[in-house]
Structure formats: C-alpha cells, structure tokens
Ligand binder design. Structure first.
Ligand code: SF4
Length: 241
C-alpha cells in the first residue's frame, strides 16, 4: 500500500555538477571517481532506501549540533573553508572548550565500522579533519563518531599533522593538473590499501571499465591512448597507500 509510494517519494535523481575543484570529503576517494564526478558524468538515481539512510545521518548531525548549541560551546557551524584553488568544503562545527578552538567532524557510522574504530579513527575521516585544521589554522580537532545502531558515541582527539597535510596537498595539486588542466582520466589506482572496496559502491563502474574520459554523448577533442590512461603520474597516489 504505502511502501511503493514511499520508495518513489524518497528516490531522487543525483545532481550532476561540472566543477574544477575538489571537495574535502573526497580526500580518500578513488581518483577516477573524483574525475567522473567533477566532469559531470551521469549517476544512477538514488534509490529510496539509500536516500532514507542519508536522511538518518543528516538528522543525527543536526541533533548533535543542536546539543552543542545548547551547551553554549559552538563558535561556528557548517563553516566554509577559506577560498583556495584546490578544495571546497564545510566543517561540521567548530567548538570552544576551555579556551581552545576545536574543529569537530561528526560521523554517523555503521556498527561494523564503529567496532573497527575502537582505537583509532578511519583514515578518510582523519584526513578530512587534517584539511579543516589546515584551512582554519586550528591546531586540534575532534572526530565524533555515532554508532548508527545504538547512538553510542566515540571521540578521537586529533592534532594537526603538517606532514600529512603537505602530502595531501601535493597529491591533490598533481591530481588538479591531471584532471582540470590536462583533462586526463587518472590511471586505475592501487586498491591494495583501501579501507573498503570503493568499486563495489561506485556509480561509475561502467565508464571506468571502458576507460571513458568524456561523458556519453559528448565528443572527445582527442581520445586518450591506453598508454595515456595507464601512465601513473609521479607521487599521485601517495595518500591512498
Ligand atoms: S570502478 Fe573502482 S577504480 Fe573505477 S572509478 Fe569506480 S572506484 Fe574507481
């Protein structure tokens, strides 16, 4: 009676936007996925269940940020990073505790991932926070994780790490040149150290398998040779290792 209607209500087309910058949330993403997203390749519509899962995550964020406001510790919420040529992004919240500012990244995580995070944060969350610490010039931050199954909380204090930040910025500067200046499809990444199999959830598998470098229906100014797409730029994948 209602389920089909609700599925239809929740499912939605994914917005496609051609851009020439990266999102902070892409810091540990497959570089090919970043390419396809930035170049405006079409994605399959979001099914109702996935849309509802995302809505649960958004609601948890709001609930926590509201509580932080109630505690009187919020300095800024949804704070955009200063303009720069590489990244766009918004920090979830910046709080002040005992005279020090902290960037707080709020993550709602699957129970399995929550258990994996018993002693250390996930690498992608850690690198995102490092970028926020860099762009806001704040020496410390917190990753606040909530277990989606039972709302248990876990937090990790993170100090700014200049070495990690330098590696990320160098890597993404190379990726910026490759994707936005040369217009080339990044080579297939070394997946051996991925925390999870990104290909399994990738909306661009069909394009990737064909090494497609221009969206379907658009003409390539010159099609890349197999050598071009396989060539690995120096140092490009350091942070995925
Ligand atoms: S299929 Fe895998 S390698 Fe290809 S773009 Fe997607 S995540 Fe990257």
């Amino acid at each position: 009676m209602l389920i089909e209607r609700l599925e239809e209500y929740f499912q939605r087309e994914e917005r496609v936007r051609v851009r020439d910058y990266f999102y902070v949330s892409e810091v540990a993403k497959c570089p090919r996925q970043i390419f396809y997203s930035a170049k405006g390749f079409p994605r399959p519509p979001l099914d109702g269940q996935t849309a509802r899962k995302l809505a649960v995550g958004d609601a948890a964020h709001q609930r926590i940020v509201q509580a932080l406001y109630g505690m009187g510790v919020v300095v800024a919420a949804e704070a955009p990073i200063p303009e720069n040529p590489l990244f766009h992004g918004r920090a979830d919240v910046i709080v002040s505790l005992e005279g020090k500012n902290y960037v707080v990244e709020i993550k709602t995580v699957h129970p399995y991932n929550f258990e994996q995070m018993a002693t250390a944060p996930r690498r992608d969350h850690y690198l995102q926070l490092q970028l926020y610490l860099h762009y806001f010039d704040i020496p410390q931050g917190l990753i606040l994780a909530e277990n989606k199954a039972n709302q248990e909380l876990r937090e990790f204090l993170v100090e700014r790490n200049e070495e990690e930040i330098r590696r990320v910025l160098t890597t993404f500067e190379s990726l910026r040149r490759l994707i936005f200046v040369e217009g080339k499809l990044p080579p297939l990444p070394d997946k051996s150290d991925w925390e999870f199999d990104q290909c399994r959830y990738c909306p661009y598998v069909a394009f990737c398998q064909e090494n497609l470098a221009v969206p379907p229906g658009e003409k390539a100014t010159s099609s890349p040779s197999p050598e071009e797409v396989e060539q690995e730029p120096l140092g490009l994948f350091e942070i995925w290792k």
